[in-house]
Design a protein around this ligand. Structure first.
Ligand SMILES: [Zn+2]
Length: 260
């Protein structure tokens, strides 16, 4: 199992440059010499590359305060070797939810869901269906790997559609839809409120199988789903949103959560 890590910060992400090199990039020269790529979470922009000695090379314009925060983060990454199991603070998220006009307490009360903090580190768990890196907590990555091996032994192919997704991912969906004039209540009928998706935890996976569409109820009629229903609990996974779940979330046979 690989030990490639994503280091997480409330405003930034550090991605192993090795993974970024695999995909097309306009920063080829900086990447060839660097170990980490630092990305701004709010807009997904690559801000800097960090080399093996911890030297930072800028790739995009930044505010002075951002440079300072990024330099501090780069030092932390150099110092931190392995997964910590820590999570990041939620204060910034709560502030942004208020700015979007989303009452966090009302939503939590209505759905029985709670705010989920992002992990400080995530492990590379292979590539998802769309050839994007799949990030999961260390324990989830290990369990997902073991479950995949066991399924293959039974001639069942499990494919990851999506794993960890940060708060910013969900916030961007909301900001885009609000920008188009959609009321918050309408958006909440289709999308979980930012901060409340199990995907933020790095312990949730959307699973599909070869040739099957992603995130469709028809997944429940596949061999993969039958296999998961029987064996997933052995590996610590449970179905989060069965039919008529108390959260009022639609039935999601594809969405599994690692409880350990
Ligand atoms: Zn999901």
């Amino acid at each position: 199992m690989s030990t490639l890590k994503l280091h997480n910060h409330v405003s930034f992400e550090a991605l192993p440059a090795r993974l970024a090199r695999a995909s097309a990039s306009s920063h080829a020269r900086a990447l060839a010499l660097s170990t980490w790529l630092l990305k701004r979470k709010r807009d997904g922009r690559f801000l800097a590359a960090v080399d093996t000695r911890g030297q930072m090379q800028r790739l995009a314009p930044m505010r002075a305060s951002e440079v300072l925060a990024l330099e501090k983060f780069a030092k932390q990454i150099q110092a931190a070797g392995r997964s910590t199991g820590h999570t990041l603070p939620l204060a910034g998220l709560e502030q942004r939810l208020r700015m979007l006009g989303l009452s966090s307490e009302d939503y939590a009360h209505r759905t029985g869901l709670h705010l989920i903090a992002e992990p400080a580190t995530l492990d590379f768990a292979g590539w998802d269906r769309y050839q994007r890196p799949l990030w999961l907590t260390r324990d989830t990555a290990r369990a997902w790997h073991q479950m995949g091996v066991a399924a293959r032994r039974d001639d069942v192919h499990l494919e990851a559609v999506s794993g960890y997704r940060g708060h910013d991912y969900q916030l961007r969906i909301f900001e885009r839809k609000l920008g188009r004039g959609q009321p918050v209540e309408d958006i909440l009928r289709v999308n979980a409120a930012p901060g409340y998706s199990e995907h933020h935890s790095g312990r949730a996976l959307d699973i599909s199988s070869l040739g099957e569409p992603a995130a469709e109820e028809s997944f429940e009629r596949t061999d993969a789903f039958q296999w998961l229903s029987t064996h997933a609990p052995t590996f610590g996974f449970r179905l989060s949103y069965p039919r008529n779940n108390p959260h009022g979330i639609v039935y999601e046979p594809w969405h599994w959560y690692y409880i350990g």
